[in-house]
Design a protein around this ligand. Structure first.
Ligand code: 5GP
Ligand code: MN
Ligand code: MN
Length: 484
């Protein structure tokens, strides 16, 4: 397909004018420097394709870390108007439902941590099941107990002794979303969920020890519990085989059901049905189950890491935040134009795929201790790569794209290209020589994740700030990584 033309509107905002069946424009947030990486693949065509979906409002958005994905681009945000026949699409959420990031602040600084680093990394390596089907922190007793995880997420894990109240106070949705329906999952989804609770999975998923390298916003950093020189633990993983199976099941069901609703899409991978329909509601309930599984998963891995830190350093781990970057949410937003009166609040299904919600200061869904602070929004956690920086951002008032921002640096090289460019052994040596301890799961997996496979995280965050999507709070650098 032809790459759609981009028109620059402001230094960090480009538009794809509606052509063909596009119902709204495409909007790409990027700096001129990032643009070649944005247009270099089929991601822009995917941004345009998403703009054809029934009920889409405002624009089909791409974040500065956008790259090619299944149907929807990764780094894409699209909202549909539920009352106007707006659709929900599993491709707009992704296979790893509720994949996300959790960040803990350790009560220890880099200098005091250094002598214990190798021992802690060994401990974390042992306490973190990872790779293909290699065990889990919590072996569930059966489908009955799994149903409790799916219904109550991290809340159930904490109830069962795997965490503390603060872990829920600082988790998106306070640890669990409503509307999960564990009984509706396929037998295969259940089977895949039983033995993976508390495991990283492979590839891009990781548990990383980082140090706060620079504080960019003192007030927000303080509110989040972060200071320069502090050690942090970042965990990135999702809903494992269970989420993947749910996505597969519902894409298949929607491919069948779509025609009955008179919906055609330019790409099969955009299979979708109205939110307000039986298959639409069924998907959202299954998605909610996976979202709760993912939160419980990160909770258990975090709790295991906490045990290692306490035992080997005496330092506690305080949750900064836990946020998904693959999720659809029913939210109310004011949208100019369209069927409603200009600017009237509308109930939307907001798809964020490889994109992070970034609530503004004062939002009622913020953790209670952050809600009343004038200039502090929701913590946004942005991993970069195992060899570069990662960031903590904060949500800002009036953010475009339904209060969303990027979710990472975003890939520029495919896994295959990266694995051809470097050997895992060499990469490990290079990282170790730069003071980054590496505990991998496979050499090939490590090579696929070489830092050069990703965009420049500093440029991505600068673009997110420049576009008014979020504001930087702290820059973190890696000192050790446990790779999936
Ligand atoms: P995704 O959810 O799209 O798989 O990955 C999110 C982001 O995580 C990627 O765009 C990349 O920037 C970042 N990332 C991948 N591997 C690592 C890692 O080992 N450490 C850190 N800090 N970030 C990573
Ligand atoms: Mn992810
Ligand atoms: Mn994932």
């Amino acid at each position: 397909a032809r790459v759609p033309a981009l028109v620059q509107e402001t230094p960090y905002r480009y538009q794809i004018e509606p052509t063909g069946r596009m119902r709204v424009p495409g909007v790409v947030f990027a700096s001129p420097g990032l643009l070649p990486e944005v247009g270099g693949d089929q991601a822009l065509q995917q941004v345009a394709d998403v703009a054809t979906l029934p009920g889409i409002v405002d624009a089909s958005y791409a974040m500065p870390d956008v790259h090619w994905g299944y149907g929807f681009p990764i780094g894409g945000v699209a909202a549909t108007d539920i009352a106007e026949g707006g659709v929900v699409s599993p491709g707009g959420v992704g296979f790893d439902i509720s994949c996300g990031v959790r960040l803990y602040a350790a009560d220890v600084d880099a200098a005091d941590f250094a002598p214990r680093k190798e021992a802690v990394l060994d401990g974390l390596s042992r306490s973190t099941p990872r790779g293909m089907g290699k065990g889990a922190v919590w072996e569930l007793s059966g489908a009955g107990q799994l149903a409790k995880v799916l219904a109550s997420g991290a809340r159930y894990a904490v109830e069962q002794g795997h965490g503390v109240q603060r872990d829920l106070d600082r988790c998106e949705d306070f640890g669990a979303v409503d509307d999960a329906d564990p009984a509706a999952l396929s037998e295969r989804a259940v089977k895949r969920g039983l033995h993976q609770l508390g495991s990283l999975g492979s590839g891009n998923h990781f548990l990383e020890v980082q140090v706060v390298d620079a504080v960019r916003d003192q007030a927000a950093a303080e509110a989040y519990g972060l200071r320069a020189g502090q050690v942090c633990v970042m965990i990135h993983c999702g809903s494992r085989g269970l989420g993947h199976q749910i996505c597969t099941d519902h894409v298949r069901a929607m491919e069948q059901a779509m025609a009955g609703f008179g919906i055609t899409v330019p790409d099969r991978q955009l299979a979708c049905v109205p939110v307000d329909s039986d298959p639409g509601r069924a998907y959202l309930r299954a998605m909610a189950s996976a979202a709760n599984y993912a939160r419980a998963n990160r909770q258990l891995l975090g709790q295991a890491a906490r045990g290692v830190f306490e035992r080997l350093t005496g330092a506690g781990l305080d949750l900064v935040y836990d946020i998904s970057h693959n999720l659809a949410k029913v939210e109310t937003h004011r949208v100019a134009g369209g069927a409603g009166a200009a600017g009237a609040p509308r109930r939307l299904c907001v798809h964020r795929k490889g994109a992070t919600r970034a609530l503004p200061p004062g939002h009622p869904d913020l953790p209670a201790d952050l809600r009343d602070l004038p200039d502090v929004g929701q913590p946004v956690l942005i991993p970069g790569s195992m060899g570069t920086a990662s960031y903590v951002l904060t949500g800002v008032p009036g953010g475009p794209a339904f209060a969303s921002t990027c979710h990472g640096a975003g890939r520029t090289l495919s896994r295959h290209q990266a694995a051809k460019a470097v050997r895992g052994q060499e990469l490990r040596q290079l990282l170790e020589s730069r003071g980054i301890a590496v505990r991998g799961a496979s050499w090939r997996g490590l090579a696929e994740e070489m830092p050069e496979a990703y965009k420049d995280i500093d440029a991505v965050v600068e673009a997110a700030e420049g576009a008014g999507l979020a504001r930087a709070v702290a820059r973190l650098v890696p000192v050790g990584v446990v790779k999936g």
